[in-house]
Ligand binder design. Sequence first.
Ligand code: FUB
Length: 416
Amino acid sequence: MPKMLRAAERFPADRAWSQVRTFAQAANRERQSGSRRSKPALEVLPLAVLLLTAGCQQSQPANEAQPKTEAQPKTEAKRDASEYLSQPLVKDIYTADPSAHVWNGKIYVYPSHDIDGPTPEDDLGSHFEMRDYRILSMDKIGGLVTVGPVALDVKDVPWADKQMWAPDAAYRNGTYYLYFPAKDKAGAFRIGVATAKNPMGPFKAQPQPIKGSYSIDPAVFTDDDGSSYIYFGGIWGGQLQRNVGGTYDPDGSKTDLGQDNKPALAPRVAKLTGDMLEFSEAPRAIQILDDRGKPLQGGDHDRRFFEASWMHKYKGKYYFSYSTGDTHYLVYAVGDSPYGPFTYKGRILDPVEGWTTHHSIVEWNGKWWLFYADSQLSGQTRLRNVKVTELHYNPDGTIRTINPFVAKGAKGAAAQ
Ligand code: FUB
């Protein structure tokens, strides 16, 4: 298991060091204050949101100039683009929470579509005011990215009111399924499902959310035997802590259970029905254990589950990965069953620029890829951009930790 280091200790000691240290210190301050707001060191520039016309747009490969569109990169970037390990996949719109899938040899990315709304930032993520989904596709990693038209709008989801957060998608028997969290009219997050015949949509939502669903960040994994499982949950603004009693408690805690020495709140998993539209069983809590077999504790902010579930299978083992939220890591745990238990193994990605990080892991063309997001273009947590970089395993099946920044002058930066 990788040695546990503070974020600042993992970064290279070069000219970028002072900037990175400022970033890491800001992250620590936030952690201490418990804030889910933008990194205090970041400038905040108001950005205009322009209405996009319907239809696909082709996005240039990352480093080329692009026409002015919804996403307006700020003029004074905090860091030079060469300091980032990889470049935004699209610059036309803001995107986050990328769930990638390979269908018919093409890569499809189902992201959140970030917008610059009016709501002030708070620790519940009220500033993530997304209203629709737009899907990305590409023939190869590093090639042109097509930005699809609106694939699902909140106004077309009868039960949903606002905040279309991190989605995922699945395919079965000629139908594509889009799973998405949104707040219902009572302010409770539920998970909806919508269907389409084309992976780019448009998707038609079911009239009601999935029965018995709650919280955020659905991720659907289909095992080799064809069974599909949905993983979900998120604490703080994701409301997992407000659903422990079986129904949504609007007066529940804003963060977690406040029990540092007890098992942390657990992500959930449920097998889906054959038609992919409902849970076939009551959601189960997923156990994430340390290397002694003990559940990770609520106070273990460097390792405990916060949000952003993802499941993938590698060499017969089940890899459950997630974000640690207020400590800003992407981490993973490994098990022998899609239900767990999973044993914590280490970090996949060190903190990116911006508060949130959320990912997916897919195999394409014989290599493994990590899709993730940061706030490179805007410098604002609420306006993110998705990226991809290669992921490497060690011979023992552990994952090599990725640093989202590169040392100035290092070769090979900004590969994607
Ligand atoms: O994008 C809104 C929320 O922020 C997602 O649902 C979380 O995973 C975090 O990325």
